[in-house]
Design a protein around this ligand. Sequence first.
Ligand code: CA
Length: 229
Amino acid sequence: MNGKKNILIVEDEEDILKLIEIHLIKEGFEVTGAQSGEQAIKVIKDNVFDLIILDLMLPGIDGIEVCKRIKDDAATKELPIIMLTAKGEENDIIKGLESGADDYITKPFSPKVLIARVKTVLRRQENTPYNKDLVINLGKIYIHPAKHEVLLNNRPLKLTSAEFKVLHLLASKPGWVLTRYNIIDEIRGEDYAVTDRSVDVLMVGLRKKLGDFGSYVETVRGVGYRFQA
Ligand code: CA
């Protein structure tokens, strides 16, 4: 896939933050730094990240709380988190993993090991298959793949097979930006000459059919689309 992976590092100790930044940048990652939990929560709201490296010991809102908030929010709950803990703080590790962190690393750590963990977690994330059978119920929007049924405010909506697939794909990953490439990949094999342009045409049609809910399908300029209920 095109584009660099975007990683957020949350760490109040500037030296460590810089150290991680340097190594990640060298590996070709896009990096953003935050030095408090409050700042982290703010940048997560305004940006799309592929992974977060999260220190648990932070002033103010600590890492566990940041982790919980990320995992409690449908828009960000799939976002992988690697937490940083002090060596020997097993309780922290357990609390972190229980609040939804995907992996952890103890301080002091070797940057090489951290990079390896980052790559492993990202790979795992990419290989998580999109569940085509997942029933999505957002109250006003209900999508049942096996029955090929969409209900808007309990009223059935008629969609083409490609429209249905795209809506389901987007709604199954709320808040995630899907590139045109992701979408093309999903609807290949349908009755479509699938190009960037035909994806855009498809989205216009889908939005129109969604009516009042059309705004749930957001265009992310130059990138693709995102479902935001
Ligand atoms: Ca710290």
